[in-house]
Ligand binder design. Structure first.
Ligand code: NAD
Length: 330
């Protein structure tokens, strides 16, 4: 059987990636939508054959509790809204998939985890790369120590953001490069070392467009400390296109570039090429099919709320280190 998924927030990612992916899936399908824009409801209803009874707006959303067609609510809103909609979905008795970054604060992440746990519902964060074969391959090399121990890593994730008046430039909505793209660099550092950071040694924020990036970061760099003297340098930016992960191990280096695209993720190590190809939006289809299967089998989510929480703790610590100029322990 297949799980019915309702997308909440029909912006770029839902429109261009998730809805098309949900046409390719075996274990779940696009059953419903939640939107504040009536014209989008009309368009999506036609395009994806969605019955009126499965279409909600932000006011009627909680009535989704009475809809047996919807098993999973997928929150694809600006980050400041992730907590509220995850909690409301869990309280409506639905499993929740929530986009990255999980939320704005550690406190919000904990509320989301608690709401899902209280309602005995699963919570997964939309870190598509953890479902991706090239990412899984570098993780396997690291975790099985096929090149010996990891000594250091560096990771950069960013792109030139040309919009100037989007939620990505609005602090209260969850803007800032570190929340948006920095979580990929943090994931790269954590997955690439196979370790959890113990401190932020240093962090620095800079901007080339101070008129746009007034109270949020355009570019952030940080040095993460891991147990055993392992360090990772991470960078994230709305000012430049960067997309790399280098993992220096005792017996050679793993280099992934790009390490976080929708397709074309590839790299190499002394063990050979890392290059399993696929087309957009296979990655998103794989992610939701994996998560739907795990729900049907009552297994743990590959990327549970705790994983999103960990990154938000690190994001908050990096901002604190940048502001104070001090080392911040995790
Ligand atoms: P977007 O701006 O294109 O879409 C956001 C949607 O939220 C819009 O439909 C908008 O109408 C709606 N919305 C409701 N209330 C809003 C408000 N107060 N302010 C602004 N928008 C409001 O954004 P997006 O790029 O689709 O991103 C949505 C989420 O998906 C974010 O969490 C983002 O980080 C995530 N995302 C993830 C990936 C990935 O690869 N996993 C890629 C892109 C985006």
């Amino acid at each position: 059987d297949r799980l019915g998924v309702a997308l909440v927030g029909l912006g770029y990612y839902s429109t261009d990636l998730l809805a098309p992916a949900l046409q390719q899936t075996k274990n779940c399908y696009l059953a419903g939508i939640v939107t504040g824009t009536p014209s989008k409801a009309e368009e999506w209803k036609k395009k994806y054959n969605i019955p009126d009874k499965n279409i909600y707006n932000y006011q009627t959303f909680d009535q989704i509790a009475n809809n047996p067609d919807i098993d999973v609510v997928y929150v694809v809103l600006p980050p400041s809204m992730h907590c509220e909609y995850t909690v409301r979905a869990a309280n409506a008795g639905k499993h929740v998939w929530c986009e990255k970054p999980m939320a704005m604060t550690e406190q919000e992440c904990r509320e989301m985890i608690a709401a899902c746990s209280k309602n005995k519902k699963k919570l997964a964060i939309g870190y598509r790369l953890q479902h991706e074969p090239n990412t899984q391959e570098y993780m396997r090399i690291v975790n099985q120590k096929l090149l010996g121990k990891v000594e250091q890593a560096s990771c950069g994730a960013g792109y030139r953001e040309s919009r100037t008046n989007h939620w990505k430039q609005t602090k209260e909505l969850g803007g800032g490069a570190l929340y948006d793209m920095g979580v990929y660099s943090i994931q790269g550092a954590r997955l690439g070392t196979g370790l959890e950071p113990i401190a932020i040694a240093s962090a620095k924020i800079s901007t080339t467009r101070p008129e746009i990036y007034t109270d949020i970061d355009e570019t952030t760099v940080a040095k993460l400390e891991f147990p055993g003297g392992v360090v990772a340098d991470i960078k994230t930016s709305f000012g430049e296109n960067i997309n790399y992960l280098n993992i220096a191990c005792e017996k050679g280096e793993i280099k992934m570039e790009p390490f976080q695209s929708y397709a074309g993720v590839k790299g190499s190590s002394p063990l050979g090429e890392i290059n399993h190809p696929y087309q957009v939006p296979w990655q998103q289809a794989k992610q939701v099919d994996d998560d739907a299967m795990a729900i049907m089998q009552n297994k743990p989510m590959l990327v549970p709320g705790e994983e999103g929480l960990r990154d938000i703790q690190i994001v908050e610590a990096i901002y604190k280190a940048a502001e104070s100029g001090q080392r911040v322990k995790l």
